[in-house]
Design a protein around this ligand. Structure first.
Ligand code: ADP
Ligand code: MG
Length: 649
């Protein structure tokens, strides 16, 4: 190190903490740096340990200039070459002893199994084999510092940087630690020990005194410094050579192992504060559950709408007289019916005539639509026979005076509780015998449906006795399947055109109307989903909020991780993983809650219908929420300066 100056910005000006420090430390040396508090020892150590870079001056490590390395290169070198031991141990409180020791290994890509094996061996070596699963709070200060020493050795720890390591220990534990450090020195590790205790400094073969950011003395003692060591605490592993990693050797951004590692750490961190994690998750749970439930309600409402539409006949075509432009002209007759009744895909062709007529039973009169139709009317129009039966082909052939009443007409004339079958009513002053009562299949059944407000008579009877004409009001065509409706419609049009030489009729297609309704329903569903998504966004903001708090609370942890070799992207990835994990778990619970709600809730007479779509959609949305709202906090964490992070409270 040559002429190293370190200045810190303070307000608008700067203060100079190191005023040109020059020193040279050889591999395998044991150097104590001593000086009063505030003299710049920690600042010097941070520069030596590549936690910080000098403002001015030159710093070479193993012949390579490292004063201007990029942050990630410094992190990599830190992880591989240095082992930090701090006065306040700086163990991660959410992790067990063995996990703390493993930490630096994860940042140089050591496989998990090897990491665990080495960490256990290191803890065994210093007599903590029985404490590996303890968390730092369950260990004494001396034990914590022993764990911290093991952590420093995890990646080899060729250069041990110890900043007042005995400062928080009692005399006995302090002596033990010093013995351990002497052992490491003898095993070949380079040791740089910072202290303000002259007694401790005197144990080192070389002592550098620093006052007010300047080296005032640098003495090497002649005598062998092995005095306070005890032979049983020799380091088992010889120090690795101090070599900077080649700069081109970069790890890829995300390996599966990295992903698993980040998730594992995230799981730890989240479990450390279960209640808070759950509250954070609650926002996502509610968001996802509402998306799932709302979309299920939308689906259910669409399905019930489609059911009632198809009850009205999705597969029915209606042909009526009159050209598109003018309603006048054009008659439909049984000739037209005959022309189309042999088409394929047709179930029923139902010619009919109607008009409003007066019905009378004893002293009661009621006027409603009287439909004269062929006997297959009841099947084609989906009528349910409540009493008696429907008139037959035979009735039609002999122009029988029989009538089938719709439920409403029946109730109006006869009231409830009277069986009208066999009774006579007057229709246009002619007596007709009631042979049956019908209602709409799938309708309310109490006479409130519009289709129930009719009286139906045979077509031939109607033509001969009521309407006195062969003009049809409408021909209904029931197609076998919904998908053939368009095809049949085209065929009917071409047949009738050929027969009539002109298009003086119109064909109404129920399917087209259903399409329109479906479209409106889709819009409705989209709106439901959009409203629900808002709550998911709110949940995401909650996640972001708590992650930002998390970053502030765990600043010191971030510093420790950086000292252990974490690059900024490792930190970013880890915090992102936490946010994503919260959102994914929340998504899972939300889907479960949404599924339960979908089974329980009934809106009017609509039951929600749960499909896979909304589940996948909302789960994906939860994942994206995690990534989006976790990004900012994660970036904030990753941009922290290692030194500042480490010295935060
Ligand atoms: P020591 O470890 O010897 O007690 P430090 O190296 O921690 O001393 O600090 C030396 C001086 O530098 C102190 O006066 C401290 O206030 C100042 N200092 C340390 N870090 C910063 C910083 N980030 N910003 C401003 N001043 C700092
Ligand atoms: Mg200090």
């Amino acid at each position: 190190m040559e002429g190293v100056i370190k200045r810190y910005p303070v307000g608008d000006s700067e203060i100079e903490v190191l005023h040109g420090v020059s020193l040279r430390i050889e591999v395998g040396e044991f150097v104590a740096i001593i000086g009063p508090s505030g003299s710049g020892k920690t600042t010097l150590m941070n520069i030596l340990g590549l936690m910080d870079s000098p403002t001015e001056g030159c710093f070479e490590l193993n012949g390579r200039d490292v004063s201007r390395l990029k942050p990630d290169e410094r992190a990599e070198a830190r992880g591989r070459l240095f082992g930090f031991i701090f006065q306040r141990y700086n163990l991660l409180t959410t992790q067990t002893a063995v996990e703390n020791v493993e930490l630096p290994g994860s940042y140089i890509g050591m496989p998990a199994a090897k990491r665990r094996e080495r960490a256990l061996a290191l803890l065994q070596e210093i007599g903590l084999g029985h404490r590996v699963e303890n968390r730092p709070t369950q260990l004494s200060g001396g034990e914590q510092q022993r764990v911290a020493v093991s952590r420093a050795l995890m990646n080899g720890g060729g250069i041990i940087l110890a900043d007042e390591p005995t400062g928080a220990l009692d005399t006995v534990r302090g002596r033990e630690l010093m013995a351990r450090i002497h052992g490491l020195h003898r095993a070949g590790h380079t040791v740089i020990l910072i202290t303000h205790d002259p007694g401790i400094a005197a144990e080192a073969p070389r002592v550098i005194r620093i006052v007010d950011g300047k080296i005032i003395s640098d003495e090497t003692s002649v005598q062998d410094p092995a005095a306070p060591s005890s032979p049983e605490v020799e380091a088992g592993t010889p120090a690795p050579p101090v070599l900077l990693p080649a700069p081109e050797k970069r790890r890829r951004l995300i390996l599966l192992a990295d992903l698993m590692e980040a998730l594992r750490m995230a799981n730890h961190a989240l479990r450390a504060n279960l209640f808070r994690t759950f509250l954070t998750m609650l926002g996502v749970i509610i968001g996802v559950a509402s998306v799932v439930t709302m979309l299920s309600i939308g689906e259910g409402s669409q399905q019930s709408m489609m059911r009632s539409m198809s009850r009205m006949g999705t597969n029915i075509l209606r042909i009526e007289p009159g050209a598109k432009t003018s309603l006048s002209g054009g008659n439909l007759t049984l000739q037209d019916v005959a022309a189309i009744s042999d088409l394929s895909h047709i179930l029923h062709v139902v010619p009919r005539v109607w008009s409003t007529q007066m019905l009378r039973y004893r002293d009661k009169t009621y006027s409603c639509s009287v439909v004269a139709a062929s006997p297959n009317y009841s099947e084609a129009e989906n009528r349910l026979i409540v009493r008696g039966g429907f008139f037959t082909e035979n009735d039609n052939a002999r122009c029988a005076s029989v009538v089938v009443l719709g439920m409403k007409a029946c109730l109006e004339l006869f009231g409830s509780g009277v069986d009208p079958v066999g009774k006579y009513i007057l229709l246009n002053n002619a007596p007709f015998m009631v042979v049956g009562v019908v209602t709409v299949r799938g309708g309310s059944g109490d006479g409130r449906d519009r289709e129930d407000d009719v009286a139906i008579i045979p077509l031939a009877t109607g033509e001969a006795r009521i309407f006195r004409s062969t003009k049809l009001s409408q021909i209904g065509v029931q197609v076998d399947e919904y998908k053939n409706v368009d095809l049949v419609q085209d065929e009917i049009r071409s047949r009738l055109n050929r027969l009539r030489q002109q298009e003086d009729f119109r064909i109404f297609n129920q399917a087209a109307m259903i399409e329109a309704t479906k479209h409106a329903q889709d819009t409705f569903r989209f709106l439901l989903g959009a409203v629900a998504s808002v709550s998911l966004v709110v949940g995401g903001i909650g996640v972001m909020n708590i992650m930002l708090v998390n970053v502030v609370e765990r600043t010191r942890e971030i510093g420790v991780r950086m000292a252990c070799g974490a690059r900024s992207r490792d930190i970013q990835f880890q915090f992102l993983a936490e946010a994503v994990l919260v959102c994914l778990l929340g998504g899972l619970l939300g889907v479960a809650l949404g599924a339960i709600l979908s089974c329980v809730i009934v809106v009017g007479d609509t039951k929600p219908v749960l499909t896979l779509g909304p589940i996948l959609l909302s789960f994906t949305a939860a994942f994206i929420t995690g990534v989006l709202f976790g990004f900012l906090p994660a970036r904030k964490a990753s941009r922290l300066d290692p030194v500042v992070a480490l010295s935060s409270e």
